[in-house]
Design a protein around this ligand. Structure first.
Ligand code: ACO
Length: 436
């Protein structure tokens, strides 16, 4: 856990008053030290100003470590490359939630527990019917996950450790069922119930693509690809949606409501919505000869167009998840028998041209996890509107683990940032008849 340095402090000097203030430096187990400014306002009467939180550490966490300069991502000490190549999603879920990789017995227990929670309350089916059939599946996800707290009252007491565990397991177990139902609803097909003999990824694929009229066989290549995508998206430190979950949870809100808040935050195109935006962009570009035109647009400050799937707040190097995906895209397409996927060709050429361009090099803009994931998802058969939903399915375990860590942190307080007020000062009220 974090240690306050006995010797190192940072001094702040007010150049108007000459007053100096000392703040302790805290070291974690890896990564940059932080300046502990918790007494800043009490001592100086001033706040920090950090819109977008680019220099702010909001919490202590032992779950995920990122070194953005070096392109490193580790969960509980294990590299994402090792986890994606040697582990499976259920193990990664256990790791994120409980801190260590499971033993054989623990894995069996966890898998059984999750499998036994995959069904949703039958009454929830009626909730779907309230949505328009052409609703975006993310809109349905926000609504249905938020509604879970109305169905599972017996796991919403955040002060009861047993409730926290059950709610965590329920969320991880039910989210694929809810996501698959959101898809089925939008295409007008009957819901498919989960099947306990299948793995997490297989079950999700079956609930999404099977129909009662015929047998559905799951390709091992597809379920492996799905499982790997889930691992790559499982957690990512204090990103926008995770911070949203933590902030919502800091008031004591129940976990189902908090995860619904996280799903809302994830939906935006600057975050999880980017995988959908990448595919739309590749379709818009269409052919390789049009890439330079779009690169110029991305560089033009007056044009809102950005290269989707490029750039990251933390990674100033290749996003390690994108490296894993780039390699596995070819492998997955081969295994799926997809020959010469024009979008992959286009994406690779776009990446090559962008990386060689000074604009992207100077700003350290590299492909992020969303750049290649859409191509794999499309090959598996998902429509673009489901891409962010899949991200939400995978990220639920990360949100839940971070939420649980926060609730169990004795230093946890309600999250309440302050502001730099730039509005009107006090002014007299004028009755409506007298206003000009
Ligand atoms: N295309 C073109 N220019 C870009 C891009 C891009 N994709 N990303 C950043 N830039 C430019 C900015 O215009 C800015 O240029 P300037 O210094 O001349 O003003 C500079 O690079 C820094 O960009 P910021 O927006 O300040 O970086 P920030 O950390 O706030 O944003 C973000 C990060 C939101 C991811 C951004 O890179 C972006 O919008 N990317 C495209 C969307 C995307 O792929 N999102 C997925 C992120 S990963 C995830 O959520 C799983």
């Amino acid at each position: 856990m974090a240690k306050t340095s006995q010797t190192r402090t940072v001094t702040l000097t007010d150049n108007e008053t000459g007053q100096t203030y000392e703040f302790p430096v805290i070291s974690g187990s890896d990564g940059p030290d932080v300046i502990d400014i918790r007494r800043l306002y009490a001592e100086t009467g001033m706040f920090t100003f950090d819109p977008g939180y680019t220099s702010t550490g909001s919490c202590e966490s032992a779950i995920t470590f990122i070194d953005g300069e070096k392109g490193i991502l580790r969960h509980r000490g294990y590299s994402i490359e090792d986890l994606a190549g040697k582990s499976d999603f259920m193990e990664v879920c256990y790791l994120l939630l409980y801190g260590d990789l499971p033993t054989v017995k623990e894995k069996e227990w966890f898998q059984n527990t999750i499998t036994n929670h995959t069904m949703v309350h039958e009454q929830l089916l009626f909730l779907y019917r309230g949505f328009r059939r052409d609703a975006h599946p993310m809109a349905v996800m926000v609504g249905v996950v938020g509604a879970l707290s109305a169905f599972y009252h017996d796991s919403t007491d955040i002060n009861d450790p047993q409730h926290r565990v059950i709610a965590s397991h329920r969320l991880i177990a039910k989210i694929p069922t809810i996501a698959a139902m959101a898809y089925k609803y939008t295409i007008g097909q009957p819901f498919v119930y989960p099947r306990n003999s299948l793995s997490y990824a297989e079950n999700f694929l079956r609930m999404t693509f099977a129909v009662p009229a015929e047998d559905y066989s799951i390709s091992p290549a597809v379920s492996r690809a799905m499982d790997r995508l889930f691992i790559l998206h499982a957690d990512h430190e204090q990103n926008a949606s995770t911070s949203t979950v933590r902030l919502a949870g800091s008031s004591g809100a129940n976990p189902f409501a908090c995860i619904a808040a996280g799903i809302s935050s994830l939906w935006g195109p600057a975050h999880g919505g980017a995988n959908e935006a990448v595919l739309n962009m590749l379709h818009e570009i269409g052919t390789k000869d049009r890439i330079p035109e779009f690169i110029e647009r991305a560089k033009d400050r007056d044009d809102p167009f950005r290269l989707m799937g490029f750039g990251h707040r933390v990674y100033k190097n290749y996003d390690p998840r994108a490296s894993v995906l780039r390699e596995s895209t070819h492998e997955v397409l081969d295994e799926l028998g997809v020959k010469d996927e024009p979008l992959l060709e286009l994406a690779m050429e776009l990446e090559r041209i962008a990386i060689e361009d000074d604009y992207f090099a100077e700003r350290k803009l590299f492909p992020n996890v969303d750049f290649y994931s859409g191509i794999i998802l499309k090959a598996i058969g998902f429509p673009t509107s489901m891409f962010t939903v899949l991200f939400a399915v995978a990220r639920t375990v990360g949100w839940v683990a971070q939420w649980k860590e926060m609730i169990e942190d004795p230093s946890q307080r309600i999250g309440r940032p302050r502001q730099l007020f730039v509005g009107e000062k006090e002014r007299p009220f004028v009755p409506v008849a007298d206003r000009k």
